[in-house]
Design a protein around this ligand. Sequence first.
Ligand SMILES: Nc1ncnc2c1ncn2[C@@H]1O[C@H](COP(=O)(O)OP(=O)(O)OP(=O)(O)O)[C@@H](O)[C@H]1O
Length: 374
Amino acid sequence: MAEHDDALALAARRLITTFQAEDAKGELLGATHLEGIAVRDGLVQVTLGVDRARAGSLEQARRAAEAAIARLPGVRNATVVLTAHRAPQETAPAPQTGGHAGHGHGAASRPPAPKPQPIPGIAHIIAVGSGKGGVGKSTVSVNLAVALAQAGLRVGLMDADIYGPSLPRMLGASRRPDVRGDRLIPIEAWGLKAMSMGFLVEEDSAMIWRGPMIMGAVQQFLGQVEWGELDVLVVDLPPGTGDIQLTLSQRAKVTGAVIVSTPQDIALIDARRAVKMFEKVEIPIFGVIENMSYFCCPNCGHQTNIFGHGGARAEAATLGQAFLGEIPLLPEVRAMSDAGTPVVTEAPDSEAGRAFAAIAQTLLSRLGAETERA
Ligand SMILES: Nc1ncnc2c1ncn2[C@@H]1O[C@H](COP(=O)(O)OP(=O)(O)OP(=O)(O)O)[C@@H](O)[C@H]1O
């Protein structure tokens, strides 16, 4: 299978370079440069870099390249993505004082890392992360974002989990976003403006993105989505401590991060890693949320601590971080997530609904304090 994929990658590369070479005037694909090709099990993903100013005029050429690759024998699905970059003269100056953590070694010989800038129109960014996968980070991101919108804020939700985007399913929205010029129009759902790689490519093809392509996608989501004026952008990060977290910390000024963990020891060890990672990339941490904290029997109300209740609270105290609250493990949370209906809208008076609303209030006051400080 890998050999077959290698052959497809080669064939796709040849096609793209032929298109580029045939475009003598540099008006179509000749204006792009090949950033990467990833192939897995017949799913082909090509990333072409292009100057921001040109991106809008290349949509037809992009589609033509996509169709040509899709016709190659053995291709199950092809996606060609344009990642627009700033022209060199547009690049913001990057004054760097003190060095950005994680890039300090040998800084004298390297160009300074860009200082994270606020994104125009977006007052605050909250990053939701976890050390371990499957702890309910996306569930928490969606419900906190909707709860903040219910509290009257203008809220955006960005799914930075490029490998496994789950927002389309959780929001019950899978339509393709409109494109206006070189900008993507976010999908509106549950009072939020949302953007996810899952709106743009098939869920399984998102799995094969690689480092540089991922960074391009995150930058594009931050810089080229028509978010409008937002009080807060909630960013659902992938689990772990990789490229995406680093890219976000370098590209945008994040007001604060929230770390989601279950109370199990194994999740807590990873949560500790997540805390260290946010500290290293200089993203302030708002605190820790314990998800799947306890199971409350819907019949008799008896509380069972399936994963051992209270571990995240204790761990937060050990790490000197705030504890933001606990969300019970409830079948309706899972059922509503899977149905694309957030529990805070469908069952606001449920134990989980109230827990999310309370945590959103805590975050609201933290944002208020940050605004006053700024
Ligand atoms: N409090 C909860 N009660 C019941 N089910 C929950 C709860 N929180 C999350 N789940 C369920 O657990 C599963 C994993 O949740 P989710 O996708 O939010 O986790 P994640 O940490 O974002 O995962 P990934 O690592 O894949 O990004 C989903 O089926 C979700 O519905």
